[in-house]
Design a binder for this molecule. Structure first.
Ligand code: ZN
Length: 246
């Protein structure tokens, strides 16, 4: 694949076909999310979330169930059912974990339909309401497809969603060991509270020895403590959408 063309296509996805939405919750909002769902995102992070009484969003690809990725076990269907039963949101991340830059709108729609059917079959007819782009890749032509099926789509570009945001490409910070040292989390939380914005964080595996894309349990604990101290409203993405945009 041509890296330069992909870069231009990501840029087109970011700047074109923006569907603006006003973000104005009564107070700042934090959403925690986990992409792909390595097993540890539930087995390690789940107890921390429960301890704080916080619900998160888990972005699932049906095609990754029971697989290994980055040499780590991904979720089993039982994990997905348990986190759903515990009140966490399940969101869509395509069926195959594929970049939208590689799919026609018809192919993307088929992947979303396949994932929706896979999830509904295992979660008692549950319908996913929000989407996260695999690899953060948002093709311009993907946006109308995401817009038709979901409340909103989340990318991986750093930043707090404040003022006017693109509903099909919300910004998010990575709870990733490769990125965390570069963030001033206190400042991000303070900005979110002061601007009454919506901060979304995403992670992958959770362990004391995480991959570059994962974080440690204490990183999640710290973020939640900071958010609570700043009186942020901590909600899964679909619930946050409701309080932030209406
Ligand atoms: Zn992913």
């Amino acid at each position: 694949m041509n890296a330069f063309i992909d870069k231009m296509r990501r840029r087109a996805g970011r700047y074109l076909d923006v569907r603006p939405v006003d973000i104005r919750p009564a107070r700042g909002v934090l959403s925690l999310s986990f992409d792909d769902i390595p097993a540890s995102a539930w087995t390690e992070a789940g107890p921390i979330l429960a301890q704080h009484g916080v619900k998160a969003t888990y972005y699932v690809c049906g095609g990754l169930a029971g697989c290994r990725n980055l040499d780590l076990p991904q979720f089993e269907v039982e994990h997905l059912q348990a986190l759903h039963a515990a009140g966490h949101e399940v969101g869509c991340h395509t069926y195959e974990h594929v970049s939208t830059l590689t799919l026609s709108p018809t192919e993307l729609d088929a992947s979303l339909a396949r994932n929706a059917a896979w999830v509904a079959e295992r979660l008692d007819g549950y319908e996913m309401q929000t989407f996260a782009y695999p690899f953060g890749d948002c093709a311009r032509t993907a946006k109308p497809v995401i817009d038709r099926r979901f409340l909103c789509g989340r990318g991986v570009r750093d930043g707090v969603n404040t003022g006017t945001a693109d509903r099909n490409l919300l910004q998010a910070i990575g709870l990733e060991s490769r990125r965390l040292p570069g963030y001033d989390l206190e400042a991000l939380i303070a900005d979110t509270a002061a601007s009454k914005g919506w901060l979304i964080a995403y992670g992958h595996d959770v362990s004391d020895d995480p991959t570059p894309y994962g974080c440690r349990p204490e990183d999640i604990d710290r973020l939640i403590r900071l958010a609570k101290a700043a009186d942020l409203d901590i909600q899964p993405v679909a619930a946050a959408w409701q309080v932030a945009t209406t």
